[in-house]
Design a protein around this ligand. Structure first.
Ligand code: SIN
Length: 529
């Protein structure tokens, strides 16, 4: 058993920001299931929202966030995070993060995205997340108080309840699969922070990298923590449509710089859905594209930015430009084929603005968590902001509740293997994985109905039983653990969606197409503690 003052699970902006601050007070382990740089953060293109210009104000940023959130944001949380954004940005800049600046004035160059009434997106060309991740990882590497455990897959939280203690529910540690040694290690800490990102991989089409399998929500759920609003899965309107490249995002910033959505006939269509046209909030644009594709029978729509002056796209969006060019699409001359794809989990482990969950000893920060910032639909580029700002608050909150040095001694039992064998047929795991992703896409994506949700629920019940059997009978592997988490998270999405008998933000059902503020202006919450 290894002891730490803090255990952070996940190595994106939330986990790394928390670890750097916490390391000033004690020893930190960062548990991460792949290489340390494999995170959703590293893939983020657009940027990070922050009020910086004289025309902008915190009130306007709050207002835009509340409008996108469709009546479910927690206004106090929104105001707190929005007003702490400049400090979060200053901290990132101090760590060496380079945001693009106007060459004449030296001020931050501010981008525009859907749902924002002002230019307020700080960016580093179109690889903002990678720039942030790189600088945070450099700082972590230089910090002797932080140990990064790569290729370590967090299996489950160890709680008083799991150990059969009579004392109130709380977290005591974590069982983790060390993939290189193929053993399960026991990590002990009173302060555990989930920063595992979202669950885009639960869908067949997603902009998320392979790591996004909902591990944090599934673990927190099994430990009894409250989970909220999982029905609100954001579909990004513009994922590249190409047979060879499945998950490549075409940043919303492209529309922010004037890109327009057109159909196969080359004609714009967004004016028929919303007066903000291609820059309407994502739920509206994704639904409109879904409808256009279904009505016209086309495979995709197109994002056209060919009207900009030569060299603009290449210079402002080099990553997108070069990736498309390698596939034979010259974005300066050709409209880019795009489709919506699962992008962001707006619900998650229910926490307060400090990241504290309903389970003592467990905090959650970033996409894995539901603070109330996003409500029923996240405003673009508010997520990196949330990760950075709430991570700072969480450190203060953890130390206030459980100062380092006041750790109780517990001898946690080691993981018991039981009578298990190696997985004999990996094909079964891959088959179930594909089936979950396909059924979630067909029955639980942009447009839902009660009947489709019921179909999904029936299939998921069978799949859960099968996966549970594998889990008891076979040695744990990362594939099996991810499958176990995927089926759990898919079930939460379906259960939450089935419960919400209205349409709001990202949850749209043909059975209840109207918003019902009287009955449903509230979170959907499941959990034991
Ligand atoms: C994008 O660049 O479109 C993604 C930004 C975000 O999801 O906030």
């Amino acid at each position: 058993m290894k002891n730490y003052d803090f255990i952070v699970v996940g190595s994106g902006i939330a986990g790394l920001s928390f670890a750097l601050r916490a390391a000033q007070k004690g020893r930190v382990a960062i548990v991460t299931k792949k290489d340390r740089g494999d995170s959703n953060t590293a893939k983020a293109q657009g940027g990070i929202a922050c009020v910086e210009s004289a025309e902008d104000s915190f009130d306007l940023h709050v207002k835009d966030t509340l409008i996108a959130g469709a009546g479910l944001c927690n206004e106090e949380v929104v105001r707190t995070i929005v007003s702490e954004a400049p400090q979060a940005i200053a901290d990132l800049v101090d760590l060496g993060v380079c945001f693009d600046r106007d060459s004449a004035s030296g001020d931050f160059s501010l981008g525009m995205e859907g749902g924002h009434s002002q230019r307020r997106i700080l960016h580093s060309k179109d690889t903002t997340g990678l720039e942030i991740e790189t600088q945070l990882l450099e700082a972590v590497a230089a910090n002797e108080n932080i140990e990064v455990l790569e290729h370590h897959f967090a299996i489950d939280l160890i709680t008083t309840r799991r150990l059969g203690f009579a004392s109130p529910p709380r977290c005591l540690g974590l069982y983790v699969l060390d993939e290189e040694k193929n053993t399960v290690v026991t990590l002990r800490s009173d302060r555990i922070v989930m920063c595992t990102g979202g669950c885009g991989r639960v869908y067949l089409y997603t902009t998320n990298p392979k790591v996004a399998t909902g591990d944090g929500v599934a673990m927190a759920w099994r430990a009894g923590a409250k989970i909220a609003n999982m029905e609100f899965i954001q579909f990004h309107p513009t994922c590249l449509y190409h047979p060879e490249v499945k998950s490549f995002l075409i940043s919303e910033a492209v529309r922010g710089e004037g890109g327009v959505l057109v159909g196969q006939d080359g004609k714009e269509f967004m004016h028929r859905y919303d007066e903000r046209k291609s820059l309407a909030p994502r739920d509206i644009v994704a639904r409109a594209i879904d409808r256009e594709i279904k009505v016209t029978g086309a495979a995709c729509v197109f994002l056209d930015i060919t009207h900009k002056k030569k060299g603009f796209v290449k210079d402002r969006f080099p990553h997108i430009y070069n990736t498309c060019l390698a596939l034979g699409i010259d974005a300066e001359k050709d409209p880019i084929p795009v489709v919506p794809a699962a992008h962001y989990q707006c619900g998650g482990v229910q926490v307060d603005v400090n990241g504290a969950s309903s389970l003592s000893g467990l905090w959650a920060v970033g996409e894995v968590a539901c603070t109330g910032l996003h409500g029923a639909n996240r405003l673009a580029s508010n997520s990196l902001l949330e990760g950075a700002a709430v991570a700072q608050r969480a450190v203060g909150n953890v130390l206030e509740k459980l100062p380092v040095g006041q750790t109780e001694t517990f001898d946690l039992p080691e993981w018991t293997l039981g009578n298990v064998t190696d997985v004999d047929e990996l094909v079964v795991i891959y088959h179930n994985w594909d089936e979950i992703r396909r059924l979630m896409w067909d029955y639980v994506s942009i447009v839902r109905t009660g009947k489709r949700l019921q179909r999904a629920a029936t299939r998921l019940q069978n799949l859960s039983r099968e996966v549970q059997e594998f889990y008891w009978n076979f040695k744990v592997t990362s594939e099996l653990l991810e499958l176990r988490n995927l089926v759990q998270v898919a079930t939460l999405i379906v259960d939450n969606a089935a419960q919400r008998t209205e349409s709001r933000g990202l949850h749209y059902t043909l059975d209840y197409p109207e918003r019902d503020d009287k009955n449903w202006r509230r979170d959907t919450v499941f959990g034991r503690v």
